[in-house]
Write a new protein. Structure first.
Length: 430
């Protein structure tokens, strides 16, 4: 996203200012049960990780840093994080697993891109490919004739969606991109690719999610105003039905409008600029009501939606004017700071929520308060009622405290971001 505010929100250096409850305040509070239990998923030996999706067996997919600078796709289950490897290159990322424990993968290869592109966004300029991970095997997916492609997510029938280059060089593309790219869907075996054409008047696009009916969502535009790196965003939010694109509209803005997820009830969530294109809000789109603004938490100025499950529960993140973000949970027209629904003495500050399954399990990215490390998390609902309603209400009214991290932790986090190749792949709309 190229508007000044969006860059300020998503630039990785601003992770250093992500808020966490002050340790002194936390020590004075009595531990509360909370609505959710929170599990730190750890890393693959490095200092950061992120979770992008979870299935109903509570298997989680994402990416984590190894010792050193590289990151690999992982599949986590019952306390164990499995390294899924790559297609020969140094880095890879996984989306969330489907019900068959298959995962969509974006992975670098060992081949340098001949056009100097950086399609994976890791700064290495290796050719990047989408892949299907199934039964311990990672299979590369075909493109539309270009060098690069990415697979973002897949449905329970094994169909994957993402983006692939078509080999057509376009002088309007923003450097280092040289070639046009299109939204695509791959068949269950990964051996068939189908282009999802952009809206009339647009020339490029990408698809971020697909439901079990085969409806896909994403964005389209021109190579000049639509990007895969550093973030997958475009000017027109799109729903593809039977391969045909439908314009979902916007919340008044024209620059950044992207559909991020769709459930089996054809409810779509994403993010859209407001009038003036200076800030962005989460949206919910339905065929009956069109696009609705989900707003923000309290006095926050922007928000983005990450996922919606088949019960209509939405997760994402809400950010203030300083780019300080907090994971949110949205249900029945109410957006709640997810940090207010977890134990008060939690060791994690939940910054971004990227996925939620039909049982209400939530995954995303959190800040470890003691070290400033960035770790993937899994939040699972507790059974029965909990007495956190007053705290949740205060948070919705914008009165929750978000004290800054200590200077020591802030410095540590900045160092990890610079040296760890953290990248915006962890911060894009997934």
């Amino acid at each position: 996203m190229k508007s000044t505010l969006l860059i300020s929100i998503f630039t990785v250096s601003l992770l250093a200012t992500l808020a966490a409850s002050a340790q002194s305040n936390a020590a004075e509070q009595k531990p509360e049960s909370g609505r959710y239990r929170v599990i730190d998923l750890g890393t693959l030996g490095g200092t950061f990780s992120s979770a992008f999706g979870v299935n109903r067996a509570r298997r989680v997919g994402g990416a984590a840093q190894l010792p050193g600078e590289n990151q690999h796709a992982f599949l986590w289950h019952h306390g164990h994080m499995t390294d899924l490897g790559t297609l020969g290159g140094p880095n890879s990322v996984a989306g969330g697993p489907n019900g068959r424990d298959e995962l969509a993968i974006e992975s670098e290869t060992a081949t340098t891109d001949p056009l100097g592109e950086d399609f994976c966004g890791f700064g290495t300029h290796f050719i990047c490919l989408g892949a299907l991970w199934k039964g311990g095997v990672m299979t590369p997916l075909p493109t539309l004739g270009g060098n690069n492609g990415l697979a973002f997510t897949l449905n329970n029938r094994g169909r994957l969606v993402g983006v692939a280059e078509n080999g057509v060089q376009d002088s309007s593309c923003r450097s280092p991109q040289v070639v046009d790219f299109e939204a695509v869907v791959w068949g269950p075996k990964g051996d068939h690719i189908e282009e999802l054409r952009p809206l009339p008047g647009d020339s490029v696009g990408f698809a971020l999610a697909i439901n079990d009916h085969g409806q896909a969502v994403g964005s389209s535009g021109s190579c000049a105003n639509t990007a895969i790196v550093p973030l997958a965003v475009g000017p027109h939010a799109v729903l593809w039905e039977n391969g045909s694109p439908v314009d979902l509209g916007n919340l008044g803005g024209k620059l950044n409008n992207t559909a991020a997820a769709i459930n089996d009830r054809t409810e779509v969530v994403g993010a859209s600029d407001l009038s003036g294109d200076t800030t962005i809000h989460s949206f919910l789109w339905t065929k009956e009501k069109g696009m609705e603004d989900l707003g923000t938490i309290g006095s926050d100025v922007s928000s983005l939606a990450g996922w919606i499950n088949n019960k209509g529960e939405v997760v994402g993140w809400s950010c203030d004017s300083n780019g300080i973000c907090r994971a949110y949970y949205w249900e029945n027209k109410v957006m709640t700071d997810l940090n207010s629904l977890i134990p008060a003495d939690s060791k994690l500050y939940l910054a971004f929520a990227f996925g939620i399954n039909d049982d209400g399990d939530i995954v995303g990215q959190a800040i470890e308060k003691s070290s400033g490390e960035v770790h993937a998390f899994l939040a699972t609902p507790r059974c029965g009622e909990v007495n956190d309603q007053s705290e949740a209400t205060d948070t919705q009214n914008g009165s929750s405290e978000r004290a800054a991290l200590s200077e020591n932790v802030r410095g540590l986090l900045q160092q990890r971001v610079r040296l760890g190749g953290f990248g915006s792949r962890f911060l894009g709309i997934r």
